[in-house]
Design a protein around this ligand. Structure first.
Ligand SMILES: CC(C)(COP(=O)(O)OP(=O)(O)OC[C@H]1O[C@@H](n2cnc3c(N)ncnc32)[C@H](O)[C@@H]1OP(=O)(O)O)[C@@H](O)C(=O)NCCC(=O)NCCS
Length: 203
């Protein structure tokens, strides 16, 4: 993971252990660079969020134009916070210089949860796993977090396969736990501890 640039960190004490709090920072992985979203990303973001293929397993489903503008504005304002708690990275393919997805790390440091979206024209090319690995690197090796979770609809095979591919372990299968639009659905939860992440990369 030495291909990801180190970030400038602000250290602070939290519950007796050293935590890192910081402003939003750009970083990169092998094929992808992670930056803030901009207002002019709207067209691409709306193409994803209005498409049921991309949003079918999101609890609120597709978004209208107004909802997408609100969502984009929220991701930008979170990224501009003095101490970022919700990282919403725009994932840009370095080779083509195009926006190919979203890399998400929420609820830092209380209950860090990662998530992802890849443009459907780029599915099954390993971009999702690259984003997932980069988010774990960012959470553990940059922010020094202890535990990261991820969750998805029980039928979202692509998402939970990705979680397994990046070393996360299934912790829970919640039955009819969340309302996805008008239906109560099962949800899977995965987790990984920092020591489990470290063990994956010990040589
Ligand atoms: C989930 C998502 C990000 C996966 O992105 P991706 O770039 O296709 O993922 P990868 O190519 O890195 O594949 C990761 C693993 O998942 C598997 N996978 C990908 N799509 C799959 C599918 N439709 N069905 C079953 N497995 C799938 C891959 O085979 C790979 O595992 P393997 O290497 O062991 O074979 C993408 O499908 C997506 O954006 N979906 C819509 C948004 C979404 O549902 N986000 C998650 C909300 S919880």
């Amino acid at each position: 993971m030495d291909w990801i640039k180190r970030a400038h960190l602000l250290q602070s004490e939290s519950g007796g252990s050293l935590m890192y709090k910081m402003k939003f920072v750009e970083f990169e992985s092998e094929r992808i660079m992670y930056r803030k979203f901009h207002k002019n990303d709207f067209t691409k973001v709306f193409s994803w969020h209005s498409d049921i293929e991309n949003m079918g397993f999101r609890r609120d489903g597709t978004k209208t134009e107004t909802e997408t503008r609100k969502y984009l504005a929220w991701t930008i304002s979170e990224a501009n916070a003095d101490e970022c708690k919700n990282y919403w990275f725009a994932a840009v393919c370095k080779e083509s210089n195009t926006l190919i997805g979203e890399a998400i790390l929420l609820d830092v440091p209380e209950k860090p949860e990662i998530g992802w979206l890849v443009d459907k024209n780029n599915w099954q090319k390993g971009f999702g796993a690259e984003i997932g690995n980069a988010l774990l690197y960012f959470a553990f090796d940059v922010l020094n977090l202890r535990l990261v979770i991820a969750a998805c609809h029980v039928d979202n095979h692509a998402s939970y396969k990705l979680m397994e591919k990046i070393g996360m372990r299934r912790e829970a299968h919640f039955v009819k736990e969340k309302l996805y639009r008008d239906t109560w659905c099962d949800r899977l939860q995965y987790a990984i501890l920092r020591e489990e992440w470290d063990a994956l990369y010990e040589s």
